[in-house]
Design a protein around this ligand. Structure first.
Ligand code: NAD
Ligand code: UDP
Length: 320
């Protein structure tokens, strides 16, 4: 009998790569999504497989699944700033009510549950790089607060179910991850810059571009999550690539990679945009024996090739 795993947010960027990985590892995958920011195309290639089933469902509503369930990976949530600014209430609900429903399901089925938390729990960090023992610097009432606080509540209720009900839980604090199947118009910096280069538009750097991020290629991220799920560690673990770069330097790298003749233009920095971000992955190295293997140059080439292969119609589709 194959082990059964429920993946929420399965039609999204990370969720669809997780589906691929669990199918490859020989699991029976139940994929769940309501398509609010996802796309059927991301999982089309899995439809019809004997051990893949898709359930269209909003996880903020009661979830019922028949039979045994061994693992739950809760990845449903808008993840890009323009998405969660556009659908703030759904973002809060999927982190809070959605997580509550899924923990209830985990309890009923005696399943192990991993949640997709985020580096955003550290907010605009005053400690650098960020290690798991840092409590963070989040503006609860700012526009990004809907995402950050939903994720902080998600961690809190997950630990409560772990402590109070003895549920086996895992918490991945995911740092900026990129790769094929990101939505070209989701507003995150990598699809934004590559899309602009492909359309012959200038690259929009927000602020003066001195803010930093550390980008992790999706295959490395999925490996880290997979190892964390199978580990016996229930406190949060940072999963990301510590190689940090300023957004301005990154825009210059994209200009070089794509060969675009366009230039950089500067736009206003969004409110509460974190000034620096770099994961301390000492813990992941120690307990998961994991660290990223794919360089930014290699990962960006793969990602650029993916975006280049999309149709003109997709390239020019406006955001939402
Ligand atoms: P995504 O937007 O591509 O995928 C999210 C998926 O969740 C979409 O398919 C969407 O339709 C689905 N969804 C949203 N609300 C739902 C609901 N109520 N019911 C059912 N499905 C719902 O985003 P992503 O980048 O793949 O992110 C996936 C998860 O990883 C999110 O929880 C996000 O917070 C977390 N995360 C991602 C990153 C990153 O860099 N990609 C970083 C930190 C955390
Ligand atoms: N950014 C930018 N230009 C864009 C999109 C984003 O300069 O067109 C910046 C954004 O202000 C942030 C960084 O790139 O400082 C990463 O943004 P993203 O939305 O990818 O993720 P975040 O880490 O902020 O959630």
């Amino acid at each position: 009998m194959k082990k059964k795993v429920l993946i929420t947010g399965a039609a999204g960027f990370l969720g669809s790569h997780l589906c691929d990985r669990f199918i490859k590892e020989g699991y029976h995958v139940v994929a769940m999504d309501n398509f609010i920011t996802g796309d059927k195309k991301n999982i089309e290639h899995l439809m019809g497989l004997e051990h893949f089933e898709f359930v269209a469902h909003d996880v903020t509503n009661f979830i019922e699944l028949r039979g045994k369930l061994h693992y739950i990976l809760h990845f449903a949530s808008p993840a890009s700033p323009i998405d969660y600014l556009k659908i703030p209430i759904q973002t809060l609900k999927v982190g809070a009510l959605g997580t509550h429903n899924l923990l209830g399901l985990a309890k009923a089925k005696n399943a192990r549950m991993l949640i997709a938390s985020t580096s955003e729990v550290y907010g605009d960090p005053l400690v650098h790089p960020q290690s798991e023992d840092y409590y963070g610097n989040v503006n609860a009432i700012g526009p990004r607060g809907v995402y950050d606080e939903a994720k902080r509540f998600q961690e809190s209720i997950t630990m409560a179910y772990h402590r109070f009900h003895g549920i086996e839980t895992r918490i991945a604090r995911i740092f900026n991850t990129y790769g094929p199947r990101m939505r070209l118009n989701d507003g995150r910096v990598i699809p934004a810059f590559i899309g602009q280069a492909l359309r012959g538009e200038d690259l929009t750097v927000f602020g003066d571009g001195s803010q930093t991020r550390s980008f992790c290629y999706v295959d490395d991220q999925i490996e880290g999550i997979y190892r964390l799920l199978l580990s016996n560690y229930s406190d949060p673990v940072n999963i990301g690539n510590p190689h940090e770069i300023t957004i301005k330097e990154f825009a210059e790298e994209v200009i070089k990679l794509t060969g675009t003749k366009q230039k950089i233009v500067y736009k206003e920095l969004p409110q509460d945009d974190p000034l620096q971000r770099q994961p301390d992955i000492t813990l992941a190295k120690k307990i998961l024996n994991w660290e990223p293997k794919i360089s930014r140059a290699e990962g960006m080439k793969l990602t650029y090739n993916y975006f280049k292969s999309l149709s003109k119609e997709e390239l020019y589709k406006s955001a939402h």
